[in-house]
Design a protein around this ligand. Structure first.
Ligand SMILES: C[S@@+](CC[C@H](N)C(=O)[O-])C[C@H]1O[C@@H](n2cnc3c(N)ncnc32)[C@H](O)[C@@H]1O
Length: 513
């Protein structure tokens, strides 16, 4: 019942143990950049070699070898030494491959680094579009900061297989390692052996096909990116509130054939009450901690079938073969990138993704109608499919109704009042265009900031944005104030009296003065 009939093709990618730099050189640290902690190794105190009290550790900075007094005992070089938790790659139901804990993982523990190619924002955008053109459906690009991304499509490590959950047991954290920012996956809670690892992708959705989230969490927001501003603004614009997210009405990107599907799938509830989609996970590969083995070799191991004790259905799999550093299973089909979502974490597997009927999604809908629309015009990293046609849907009434300024002016008798209002409207329109133009420039930084509170938007960009926003709000305020003031202080003409301006606006203004 839960077995997948299809043959299990393991993914193909080049394994790396630390980020690859192709478009720029790895930063080198100068002496003054190196943060030196105050820890001193004390044989009687296990916490002494860069444990919880280490100043570097507390600031998410790894100690630099040769500059830490604890020497080989330093415990704060986990990225550098690949001190990962033991994990293994499995086949999930509907979500392609996933990674599960192959040991009990403690809350706060460093699980694995998200490795890939460090690329510029521009290159990320270019690749996203190229992957789309190549019909690659899975995406492995995550944001590193406003300027750079990590692309694990071609080169990466097992972190690229961690699936998204709206109620995740892991989270991403940024660390400063030898002068470079690196992304680690850390356990948010104790994770028992056999549990699938997940983190919140924090998708940003820019339009296109909506991908249903199959995390199975009670708090699932229904679609990847459903919490993002772009998604909320887009869905807000459509009428018939209740069926807005219904599976029947929204084209989904669930299968390799791009066909909308909605196949029921079993969802199992784990002991901690978390609902997980473990229905047909099969165990195909186990990995030793490369850090523990001290080698860079990535050694996929075929392991036995899963027992039902951890809720995983047994499955026969093809043996994997390893050729040098390239992980190429027999009958391999390459992993493919589907950049439906923003690179921060827009992912999917290349296999057939069954769609399960999630419980009614609960995407919040607080559209900020005054803010810049995050539509495909602004999309950079990942607009993919053309926006689905929503047949039979009418644009929703916008809550913030625009004032019909010419109409208001038509009704006023004072031309001075009209001029003031029209002038204010012009200033407002200019401010709106300015902020729209600015949005393209500032978008990566703003979105990066929204998605990751650890990151700060550069001061100059933030200031520019704030100033432009203030100008826009002031212009809007002035306009509405002018309307109120002038409407209140000048007698209104009745609609029947209005005539001349319809033929000649200037004439009306002259007459009214
Ligand atoms: C980087 S991949 C994660 C590994 C992936 N399952 C694979 O086989 O390579 C991300 C993709 O997995 C799938 N996925 C991950 N989490 C998902 C979720 N909660 N619901 C649906 N699909 C998910 C999506 O297709 C997503 O694009």
């Amino acid at each position: 019942m839960l077995m997948e009939e299809e043959c299990v093709e393991a993914p193909s990618y080049i394994h790396i143990d630390s980020n690859a730099f192709s478009y720029r050189k790895h930063k080198s640290q100068t002496e003054e950049d190196i943060a030196v902690c105050e820890c001193q190794y004390d044989i009687l105190d296990p916490e002494s070699p860069c444990g919880d009290r280490c100043l570097n550790l507390l600031t998410n900075t790894e100690c630099t070898p040769g500059y830490c007094r604890c020497g080989v005992y330093c415990k704060n070089q986990r990225f550098q030494k690949c001190q990962y938790a033991r994990t293994r790659l499995v086949r999930t139901g509907g979500r392609g491959w996933g990674l599960v804990a192959d040991e009990n993982i403690m809350a706060g523990q460093f699980v694995i680094e998200y490795c890939g190619e460090v690329i510029s924002w521009k290159e990320a955008k270019r690749r996203a579009q190229a992957y789309e053109t190549q019909c690659l459906k899975d995406a492995y690009i995550i944001y590193l900061n406003a300027d750079e991304s990590i692309d694990a499509t071609r080169k990466g490590n097992l972190a690229r297989f961690i699936n998204h959950s709206c109620q995740p047991n892991c989270e991403t954290r940024k660390w400063n390692v030898l002068g470079e920012v690196r992304v680690g996956i850390f356990a948010k809670q104790n994770i028992p052996f056999g549990t699938e690892l997940s983190y919140d992708y924090n998708f940003e959705w820019y339009g296109g096909v909506m991908v249903r989230c199959l995390c199975g969490a009670a708090s699932c927001s229904g679609f990847l990116g459903a919490k993002s501003r772009g998604f909320q603004e887009a869905t807000y614009l459509w009428e018939d509130d209740d069926d807005r997210f219904s599976v029947e009405n929204i084209p989904l990107y669930d299968s390799a054939d791009d066909e909308p599907t909605s196949i029921n799938k079993e969802i199992l509830v784990s002991s901690d009450g978390m609902v997980t989609q473990y229905s047909n996970i099969s165990r195909v590969q186990s990995t030793e901690n490369p850090g523990n083995t001290g080698t860079n070799e990535f050694a996929p191991i075929i392991v036995d079938e899963l027992t039902s004790s951890n809720g995983l259905a047994p499955m026969n799999v093809e043996p994997l073969t390893v050729s040098s550093n390239e992980f190429t299973p027999s009958n391999a089909m390459p992993m493919v990138a589907r950049l439906v979502e923003n690179g921060s974490t827009g992912y999917s597997a290349q296999d057939t993704h069954d769609a399960s009927q999630n419980s009614a999604p609960k995407a919040a809908n607080h559209a900020n109608q005054t803010g810049p629309q995050n539509n495909s015009n602004h999309s950079a990293l990942v607009p993919v499919k053309p926006a689905p046609k929503r047949r039979g849907r009418k644009p929703k009434r916008v809550v913030h109704k625009q004032l019909d300024i010419p109409d208001i002016c038509d009704r006023l008798t004072s031309s001075v009042a009209c001029e003031e209002i029209l002038y204010c409207e012009e200033v407002k329109n200019q401010a709106v265009s300015e902020i729209d133009a600015l949005y393209d420039e500032i978008r990566p930084a703003v979105e990066e900031h929204e998605r990751d509170s650890q990151d700060s938007v550069s001061t100059s960009l933030a200031e520019k944005w704030i100033e432009a926003s203030c100008r826009k709000y002031k212009a809007e305020f002035d306009l509405y104030a002018a309307v109120l003031k002038n409407v209140a202080s000048t007698p209104l003409r009745s609609k029947d009296d209005v005539g001349p301006r319809e033929q000649n606006g200037l004439k009306y203004l002259e007459n009214g003065s």
